[in-house]
Design a protein around this ligand. Structure first.
Ligand code: ADP
Ligand code: MG
Length: 604
């Protein structure tokens, strides 16, 4: 039987899991990590995905795409897109259909295409691991994702060669993995999700396998990165105090500092103290400067407690919207890598007066829930029944520009509603219909899903024709519209513009191109990886030679310089085999040099 996988396509990191007999398994990527950074880059004409893309970001910022999820199903003019454009180094462009696309390696790509690159990588990891082709998946999205964002996610799956069996909400997936649906009684569950750049809180009611989102709130610009930034500025402040040099002005130094800050943060989730060391991070007339700092959990907590406490605002909002008190919540589920931080757990526990459930890895639990749902949908596991609700009301524009909801938010999906439309003047032959999604009173303040006309209405006095329009939200939360003339019984064709921002034909074409280019992509990619490594090693070795002047024998530094030149010559034209060899030589000689330098420094 075909296995279907579960995918958490995250803003910062993605994760893939599958259900095996009665066990949930997280699938590691090529590098052995259980989550993969949601980063895509183009380097020397080759696509890079994941850690390797993330690592080269500092030297290739304009062609490295972070956080593409923020652009899924979003128009170029929207506030989200404009704000995003200001905060990233890559360029956004306005597509013909008004969507925000991305310029990458000189090409204009839609957000679903970029996301598909990440999905393809996860699919490949799963296929490596399982030793079989994987073509079916359940993918998760935030509870507040609208129709266009869900459709875009589905399109991304299709482009990646994945049949998306179902789109489910991230908090619902978490509840499912935690087994919240098992218990027979009604349970109120709070899913507290603090990821890399976003915070979401969702209150769910779980009863007999039906998961209802009672409310959802959050802050789309609050997450682990804010904590990293606080650590960075603290470390650079200390460094500047000692050496009078600012690390934040230099791009390479900044990038290295950022990586170390995040690493220190991770370590302080289990240790109470850590050493941050960044050798050769700066240089002045008196020689190279190293950053060496002790950093403690207490210092970290003092630095970021207000950031973490800021999550409680949306938590209170969500409780108020659901008309509940903190003490009404039966179970608190922690989701998102940042909730591994003890301070986060403490603040959540204090607020709810209850220990949160931490029996799963918070950065894997969403993928696990998706995997459970995937196994149920592919018939490998019939224990599970899980239903989601629509996060936004669906309706039409009526007289005076008013928004009239037909399906209220929080209705369990799939669901369907019908409405009878008629004419407002005699012998009118068509009726325009404007379909919208949102919670605002006026149509113009909500999101337009489609505009269409009911046509060919037989001549009749006004108010006589009766055309029934059915609005349907499918299990993925995606909207379908159909219409029937009740007088003639004729089906009206309704053309709803594909809201993923890509037409079916466009998607097909992208899929075919990708198939064709896959093999050459893999080779170009390997070459690009080697060139990355080579560039980084050349850079650090050159700095080390400068720094080591007077400390080492000329013979060694000549050898290193020679190996650098050799490698540099191959950078432009060399093939993978030559490059790998030259890289190894330089690694060896640079290593020798480092041994001498550090040996000397310790003596001194
Ligand atoms: P997203 O849902 O945004 O894709 P994740 O759930 O993977 O992201 O969370 C990513 C964030 O979690 C990052 O800021 C990362 O630094 C943080 N994180 C991961 N592991 C730890 C840890 N052990 N301690 C503290 N923070 C962590
Ligand atoms: Mg997440």
């Amino acid at each position: 039987m075909k296995r279907a996988i579960g995918i958490d396509l995250g803003t910062t990191n993605s994760c893939v899991a599958f259900f095996d007999k009665d066990e949930l398994v997280v699938i590691p990527n090529k590098e052995g990590s259980r989550t993969t950074p949601s980063v895509v880059a183009m380097k020397d004409g080759s696509p890079l995905v994941g850690n390797i893309a993330r690592r080269q970001a500092g030297t290739n910022p304009e062609n490295t795409v972070f956080a593409i999820k923020r652009l899924m199903g979003v128009s170029f003019e929207s506030e989200e897109a404009q704000e995003h454009a200001r905060s990233v180094a890559y360029h956004l462009v306005r597509a013909d259909n008004g969507d925000a696309w991305v310029e990458l390696g000189g090409e204009k790509l839609s957000p679903p295409e970029i996301s598909a690159m990440i999905l393809r990588e996860l699919k490949a990891s799963a296929e490596d691991y399982l030793g079989e082709e994987v073509t079916e998946a359940v993918i998760t999205v935030p509870a507040y994702f609208n129709d266009a964002q869900r459709a875009a996610t589905k399109a991304a799956g299709k482009i990646a060669g994945i049949e998306v069996k179902r789109i489910i909400n991230e908090p619902t997936a978490a509840a499912l993995a935690y087994g919240a649906e098992k218990e027979g009684e009604r349970k109120l569950v709070a899913v507290y999700d603090l990821g890399g750049g976003t915070f979401d809180i969702t209150i769910l009611e779980v009863l007999g396998g039906v998961c209802t989102v009672l409310s959802t709130a959050g802050d789309t610009h609050l997450g682990g990165e804010d904590i990293d930034r606080a650590i960075m500025s603290e470390l650079s402040r200390r460094f500047e105090e000692k050496h009078g040099i600012s690390l934040l002005d230099d791009r390479t130094a900044r990038q290295r500092l950022k990586e170390q800050a995040e690493q220190a943060k991770h370590e302080l989730s289990s240790a109470i103290e850590t050493d941050v060391t960044l050798p050769f991070i700066a240089m002045d007339a008196s020689g190279p400067k190293h950053l060496e700092e002790k950093f403690t959990r207490i210092e970290l907590e003092a630095l970021v407690s207000s950031t973490v406490e800021a999550t409680l605002g949306p938590v209170k909002q969500a409780l108020a919207d659901a008309e509940l008190k903190a003490s009404d919540i039966d179970e608190i589920l922690l989701v998102g890598g940042q909730t591994r931080m003890p301070l986060v757990q403490r603040i959540v526990e204090e607020f709810f007066g209850k220990k949160p459930n931490r029996s799963f890895n918070p950065d894997e639990v969403v993928a696990m829930g998706a995997a459970l749902q995937a196994s149920a949908l592919s018939g490998q596991n019939d224990d599970i029944l899980l239903l989601d609700v629509t996060p936004l009301s669906l309706g039409v524009e009526t007289g005076g520009g008013i928004f009239t909801p037909l399906i209220k938010r929080n209705t369990t999906i799939p669901t369907r509603a019908t409405e009878i439309f008629t004419t407002s003047v005699d012998n009118q032959t068509f009726v325009p219909i404007h379909v919208l999604q949102g919670e605002r009173e006026m149509a113009e303040d909500n999101e337009t899903l489609a505009r269409f006309e009911l046509t060919d209405i037989p001549p009749a006095p006004r108010g006589v024709p009766a055309i029934e329009v059915a609005f349907e939200i499918d299990a993925d939360g995606i909207v379908h519209v159909s219409a029937r003339d009740l007088g003639t019984g004729r089906e009206q064709s309704v053309r709803v513009v594909a809201s993923s921002g890509l037409s079916e034909e466009q998607i097909e074409r992208i899929v075919e191109d990708a198939e064709r280019l896959r093999e050459s992509d893999a080779m170009r990619r390997e070459l690009a990886e080697l060139k990355n490594q080579a560039t980084a090693l050349i850079y650090s070795s050159e700095r080390a030679i400068e720094a080591a002047e007077g400390l080492i024998d000329e013979e060694i530094s000549r050898k290193v310089a020679g190996d650098i030149e050799n490698l540099r010559d191959l950078l432009e034209t060399g093939d993978a085999i030559d490059l790998r060899e030259a890289l190894q030589l330089l690694e060896e000689s640079a290593y020798q040099m480092a041994e001498v330098i550090y040996g000397k420094e310790n003596e001194a």
